[in-house]
Design a protein around this ligand. Sequence first.
Ligand SMILES: Cc1ncc(COP(=O)(O)O)c(C=O)c1O
Length: 432
Amino acid sequence: MTGTTMTGRSRDFQERATRVFGGGTLSIWKLPDDVPITVSRGQGAHVWDVDGREFVDYLMGSGPMLLGHCHPGVMAAVQAQLARGTHFHLNNERAVEFAEQVVAAVPCAEAIKFTSSGTEATFYALRLARVATGRQLVLKFEGALHGSHDYAVQSTAPPALSPYPRGVPDSDGIPTGASESVLIGEFNDLGGAQRLVERCGTDLAAIIVEPLQRALRPEPGFLAGLRALADSCGALLIFDEIVTGFRLAWGGAQERYGVIPDLCTLGKAFAGGFPVGAVCGRRDVLDLTQASRRGQAAYAWFGGTFNGNPIGAAAGLAALDALAADGVYDRLHQIGSTLRAELNALGQEVGLPVQAIGDGPVSQVFFGTGPLHSYRDTLATDQTRRMQFGNELLRRGILVNPGEKLYLSLAHSDADLDRFLSAARGALHSLR
Ligand SMILES: Cc1ncc(COP(=O)(O)O)c(C=O)c1O
């Protein structure tokens, strides 16, 4: 894809989408008006729009497509399951097999409950923590994204600093009680978390953290410190591994960073591109969902029509099979490190303060010179340039969510990386 202006069927679909979708978009963001991409198909690390224009994909479905689009193993597994039935709302072969594999892989997992999305998974993880502890407060970190429910959309992307430990709801319509039950801390500020625990620890049900917060790495000792704080006050530690699970390592961020939470949430990549989420962790906590407890003992309602859907489970089994191959995580870390190093070098070459941060196949680009440890640090960088950089990549045939994370996959070839870096060089020059 070259050139800066797009016309044709993509634009027609864009106009139709604007008319038919509430708010004009599928989720919470949309592409700039001059790049109205409407996807027709994807293959590997590439997508084509309805006008036949090809893009190298660094959005990857917002993370689920870690194996690339139309991975042959996933496609075959899904086709085989399609012929046997698409949904039962009952124990089924694929769901049990998939659950066993996930539980065997994830260090904290003694048991698992499936959901249909990441949002449901974090919602239920927090409910489980509240039932397990009989407490209401949860601590989350400014800038962390845990989905779209009322306890999650608290200081996810506040335009100004949060009045710690109070948060800023990211949406209207959230009951005050929900907002008041969520305390906000600063990622990588263990001292701050400690002070909060000293003040409110006896009321704290959970500390929920993205172990790699967006693309911000945890500093040495931060996650272990949260583990110790949760233990000290009897709260549960929840790792939201919806991005990091099976992506930073086979056992996710808990394996990579060596800290084991009580519960973790999974989603995105682990089901090979199908809408599946999960909560896994301590059996005693997950067993609070036993129907026989209702009205008799502490009980956590945990339902969902599509939980354990066999198509998603078949896709997940095939995805785990592919991810278990030798060298997978070496490759994901190698291409991620190369991408970040080359981007930082390009920044120097062009004379812009580029900071490409992240871990493994997850990266994000900021424009600023200060150290980046927390959301506050990222807020102090040049937000306009960050968006412009993304928009310029789009205009050069690189599919991204402007300003947000870049997702690499096993389908990205060295040539795909080169195309990205050449587009990035052009984009950076145009920003100067
Ligand atoms: C870390 C994290 N948690 C939770 C979610 C929510 O997942 P979903 O969009 O499937 O509801 C996301 C989505 O991007 C996420 O990145």
